[in-house]
Ligand binder design. Structure first.
Ligand code: ADP
Length: 274
């Protein structure tokens, strides 16, 4: 990989966070269909403060749909998604119907939840610095100079401060993804969602993004990561959730899932991908 060439701090060895304590995000029996196809068939998930949860499983098992429901980018048909105990996106009314959560409350919740996508989704006509400063600037709560200083600090964290005045097309995919991470961090989120953040990258660019994510994990950031990178899941995640066909088939501490999977479907999947 390109790890040696990258000037990023070497992450401190990480002590595992137990799957307990304050629950930041939770889903309860969440269900979701696209047309006739039910892609989430009653998913229960708990993410605790400071924990890194990796979501693994075969293509089409519902991982991306699930993670997108956590900040209401995707609606649900039944069940609940809770952020610190408050409904995200949709809540059940007394009549049992799902009602959208008021926009204002939703916007506030979403600001607390950072998201990084497979396709980096940077604004093409804004510089790196403008991309990172954009959302905080529109919050209106901080002075421009503070917003700029914070944006530069986040870029330094992902090793991209030297590229602050470039445009996305002048950067490699790995660099763009690191900027996208800095952009999410600039909002000081309580939790970061990563949806297959390295799967659009050329293989030689994967490590630099994983290295940044490993550093964030070692700083205690709460993270949910949908990933095909089994080495990352095994070495960095505290808790691994294996999904298949719209259900959580098995979950547990990373070492347990990878070394002693209990379910036959988990074993079959790991044999295939490891
Ligand atoms: P994974 O991330 O595990 O690969 P996805 O959540 O992307 O799984 O997809 C789960 C299933 O839902 C797949 O069968 C996929 O084709 C389907 N799906 C996902 N998004 C949509 C959509 N917007 N419209 C229709 N079907 C969708």
């Amino acid at each position: 990989g390109t790890l040696g060439a990258l000037e990023l701090p070497v992450p401190a060895p990480r002590t595992s966070t137990p799957h307990e304590g304050e629950v930041v995000i939770e889903t309860r029996s969440e269900r979701k269909s696209f047309g006739q196809t039910e892609v989430l068939k009653g998913v229960d998930l708990k993410v605790h403060k400071g924990e890194v949860v990796a979501v693994i499983g075969p293509s089409g098992s519902g991982k991306t749909t699930m993670i997108r429901t956590l900040n209401a980018m995707e609606s649900i048909d039944a069940g609940e998604v809770l952020y610190k105990g408050a409904p995200v996106g949709y809540k059940v009314s007394s009549a049992g119907l799902h009602k959208p959560v008021p926009d204002k409350q939703m916007a506030r919740t979403r600001e607390r939840i950072g998201m990084v996508f497979q396709q980096f989704n940077l604004f093409p006509h804004k510089t790196v610095l403008e991309n990172v400063a954009f959302a905080p600037r529109h919050l209106g709560s901080a002075l421009d100079a503070d917003v700029r200083a914070n944006a530069l600090a986040q870029l330094r964290k992902v090793g991209m401060d030297a590229h602050a005045d470039k445009y996305p097309h002048q950067l490699s995919g790995g660099q763009q993804q690191r900027v996208a991470i800095a952009r999410a961090l600039a909002m000081s989120p309580d939790v970061m969602l990563f949806d297959e953040p390295t799967s659009a990258l050329d293989p030689e660019l994967v490590d630099e993004v994983l290295q940044v994510m490993t550093e964030l994990a070692s700083e205690g950031l709460t993270m949910v990561v949908v990933t095909h990178e089994m080495r990352f899941a095994r070495e960095v995640a505290d808790w691994v959730v294996f999904m298949d066909q719209g259900m959580v088939v098995e979950e547990g501490p990373a070492a347990g899932i990878f070394d002693h999977p209990q379910r036959e479907r988990t074993q079959r999947f790991l044999t295939r991908v490891m």
